[in-house]
Ligand binder design. Sequence first.
Ligand code: PLP
Length: 380
Amino acid sequence: MKKIQMVDLQTQYEFIKDKVDNSVLEVMKNGTFINGPSVSEFQSNLESYLNVKHVIPCANGTDALQIALMSLELKPGDEIITSDFTFAATVEVIALLSLTPVLVDVDIDTFNIDCDKVVKAITSKTKAIIPVHLFGQVANMEKLMSIAKTHKLFLIEDNAQGIGSTYEFLNNTKVKSGAIGDIGTTSFFPSKNLGCFGDGGAIFTNDDDLAHTIRGIVNHGMYKRYHHDVVGVNSRLDSIQAAVLNTKLPLLDFYNERRKQASLFYSKRFESNQYLITPIVKGNCQSHVFHQYTLRVINGMRDALADYLSELKIPFGIYYPIPLHRQKAYIDIRYNENDFKTSNLMSEQVISLPMHSELEEDQIDFICEKINKFFKDQDS
Ligand SMILES: *Cc1c(COP(=O)(O)O)cnc(C)c1O
């Protein structure tokens, strides 16, 4: 059996080595390191893949979120509703822009933002909602779109973990995640479902005006050379990273299919384990791309399981051990612990197992056998 890793970027590279080496070398030979042809090529490749009008590449997924918010002409103190159970980047950019983050609890089945709680959190200052498609599963966009429309709020999808998933609305229209709300953002961090060989990110929108605004913001607020109309940033996707992504984008559906197969193998082997809740897919089978395979340990033994896996050198991750409302940087006296029952519980129960497109069945067998044994030993 091959050594088990949380993600296996070396093996993934081996499979695409010739192609990706050539495309990176071409950038070096041509010296087109900044805004080279590979970047515009990637932009249009991704526009086609997502079926979205505009893709604006940028430096990373955190910048993508920040720039998305900057494009909406918000005022300090405007409130942005987002999930209490996500990576800190989502809330960080809200706070950085002097906007007010309003964290809300999540749905117990999907770990995604709880739509009823979103409605309750809306005030006259609310300007936008940022759902996160956590662990690869699209949030309830049917409800969120309707809430956003009713209350005239912007909807920004943090699609850093969900790229390639498809959401199906009740009227059967299917839209790729990130292309549903006003703006979508993603990250090409190496371990994401579509990763480059360093940092990278992108912003998506179907709105021509927002796209124009965003293109200026990523380039120092410049719409005409050396005319700076707004305060912008410098956020670019390197040509070398775009070259990597041009090689990998055609493989994204294959990668995601491999992840889905791995998730099915895992869940099958945990079927009769009464102490574990395996991932629940709410929409159709394309609505989850398994950025993570996350279990809930419901007998209070998550940390004991984690110690046991460490001993066996089986990698795992705890995403996330502390909900954002309890993080020092984001504590707010307005929050009440009773409003975060689910995110608090999830932070005690979740554990993510190795998940990537190169994971093999014998590795999954090994992991599951050990985990099932752990729980059986508790019983006896
Ligand atoms: C990875 C991630 C980000 C940030 O992406 P970077 O490219 O690392 O800046 C933002 N939101 C979520 C949900 C993420 O998983």
